[in-house]
Design a protein around this ligand. Structure first.
Ligand code: MG
Length: 160
């Protein structure tokens, strides 16, 4: 089944209890359009506080992004989180590395991200739990448009 375990509007709706309900102990967290804007790299309001709440409730977080190190490291440092950049999601390399850093079993790991084709497919393939969040702002560019349109159609089918 390709359906994400949970579909939410924003990462901020994820509570420690929700993670625990999924039997989760740790999160592998996407960056672009999940916790910051894709284009201007502006971190979404409330994310810093959200990360701190999760941490204080014992939920471990590691950042895993397909973006380059120079783009991912600054936000990881700002949030005080370890990170894996250039993950090549949905392929398993980067996600596996992130899981190893966390040190939990796959059934205790929840992959959180805004893209069906990378975060969800990648997470499902490795048998992690998955939470899909809504991209808060549409990326610009022709190919992004096509990609998001296909995604929308697929999600419409699998989420109903
Ligand atoms: Mg993303």
């Amino acid at each position: 089944m390709l359906k994400p375990d949970i579909y939410l509007t924003s990462v901020l709706e994820i509570t420690p209890n929700l993670i625990k309900k999924l039997n989760g102990k740790a999160i592998i967290l996407d960056v672009d359009n999940t916790i910051r804007q894709h284009k201007d790299k502006k971190i979404f309001d409330g994310v810093i506080n959200w990360v701190n709440v999760m941490k204080s409730c014992g939920i471990f977080i590691v950042i895993a992004s397909n973006n380059y190190r120079k783009s991912v490291e600054p936000i990881a440092n700002e949030l005080g989180l370890p990170c894996v950049s250039f993950c090549l999601k949905p392929f398993p390399f980067g996600l596996k590395k992130a899981a190893k850093m966390l040190g939990f079993k796959k059934e205790n790991i929840v992959v959180v991200g805004d893209q069906f084709f990378t975060d969800i497919i990648g997470g499902k393939f490795l048998k992690f739990k998955t939470i899909l969040t809504k991209p808060l702002k549409q990326e610009e560019g022709f190919f992004w448009g096509i990609r998001r349109n296909i995604e929308k159609k697929i999600l419409k089918k699998i989420l109903k």
